[in-house]
Design a binder for this molecule. Structure first.
Ligand code: SAH
Ligand code: SF4
Length: 347
């Protein structure tokens, strides 16, 4: 039994042809799944009953079930959802003036072991399948359809638990399904993948021919600091990561976002700002400064508002594009890095 949410449009066309149907069946099915948004094959009423019965032998339409749902005073919605074989992951909806952005998880747990991150406290249990990532979006959209008619998810960030490039194929299939003109039609420029810096995959991603955004979790201006806070820097140190990003940029011409969490007395000095400027020289980048959300287990502290401000001002003065990340859903632990092992994993 194959879950329809995991099948890319072109593959669905091929499957239809291979079972003696016309390719346009794929358009009909995508229309029912993503535009009309029905949740069973029986509701696909312009498909003959005979073929619907046949489809039910091979295909299912199955969303992850919602275990808990929390809504913040700022409208942020956090859901814990149950995927196949009783694994649970979190997904978060954030409200911007430009639209509704969903933050999806790509793995159960994470093996990258960044020392500041709560999501990585649970080691990777497994990759999420394509339909389980699509399912997070569709479960959230179903909730909106039922409770806030007219509200559509317009943006996607792959920034929940997990390292998306450690689950490369499933994540690529996911973004292609989300981007499909017969489906939800979420524009490539409205989709962002965030990686801790798997240099080989960054180049491969550049070769995909997609207009999707890339964000790099950089968090340090030199190897010494990055080695301390991000284990992945041992495998892909800056002398590998930075050229990979340059190659990606040469291939795509896209601006890259650099995420930089400000950790008190670790990476937040004005010298660090200058080092950061030099490191990113020659890259068309945007530095997104992230106020740290403290995690009980590790002892890192959030930089003070003054420090954040002066780091920001310094980068501006040095001529960089820089923003400070807006924060969401603090009261429900939905903010970056707060998606936690204690609620995720095998239930
Ligand atoms: N694994 C991928 C994507 C998920 S992490 C990556 O690391 O890029 C999403 C973002 O949240 C990353 O930039 C991550 O570094 C950041 N983050 C992790 N823990 C955080 C915390 N406690 N406070 C603020 N941001 C955090
Ligand atoms: Fe994994 Fe990203 Fe957290 Fe690092 S920051 S442990 S890569 S989820």
């Amino acid at each position: 039994m194959e879950n329809l949410y995991g099948i890319q449009f072109e593959d669905l066309e091929q499957k239809m042809v291979s079972i003696g149907q016309k390719a346009y069946r794929a358009k009909q099915i995508y229309g029912w799944l993503y535009q009309h948004r029905v949740y069973d094959i029986d509701s696909m009423s312009d498909i003959s009953i005979k073929f619907r019965e046949q489809m039910k032998q091979d295909f299912s339409v199955q969303l992850p079930s919602i275990i808990t749902k929390q809504i913040s005073y700022d409208g942020t919605i956090k859901m814990l959802v149950e995927c196949d074989n009783k694994v649970a992951v979190e997904t978060v909806l954030m409200r911007y003036d430009y639209g509704n952005a969903i933050c999806v998880s790509s793995q159960v747990g994470c093996n990258m072991g960044c020392s500041f991150c709560a999501s990585g406290l649970l080691k990777k249990q497994r990759n999420l399948e394509t339909h389980e990532i699509v399912g997070q979006v569709m479960a959230m959209q179903k909730y909106l359809d039922e409770n806030e008619p007219g509200q559509k998810i317009s943006h996607i960030v792959v920034m929940g638990t997990g390292e998306p490039f450690d689950n490369y194929e499933n994540v690529m299939r996911f973004v292609r399904i989300m981007n499909c003109v017969w489906g939800l039609q979420i524009g490539a420029r409205h989709i962002t993948i965030s990686t801790s810096g798997l240099a080989d995959k960054i180049i491969r991603y550049g070769q995909e021919g997609l207009q999707i955004n890339l964000a790099i979790s950089l968090h340090a201006p030199n190897n010494e600091i990055r080695n301390k806070i991000m284990k992945i820097n041992k495998a892909f140190p800056l002398e590998k990561l930075i050229p990979a990003i340059k190659e990606y940029q040469a291939l795509t011409n896209r601006r890259v976002t650099f995420e930089y969490i400000l950790l008190k007395d670790v990476n937040d000095s004005l010298e660090n700002a200058v080092e950061l400027k030099n490191l990113l020289d020659g890259i068309d980048g945007l530095v997104n400064l992230i106020p740290y959300n403290e995690v009980d287990e590790n002892g890192y502290k959030r930089s003070s508002n003054e420090t954040i401000r002066s780091f920001y001002d310094k980068l501006k003065k040095l001529g960089m594009n820089v923003t400070i990340r807006k924060e969401f859903g603090h009261d429900i632990d939905a903010a970056c890095g707060q998606l936690r092992a204690k609620k995720e994993g095998v239930i």
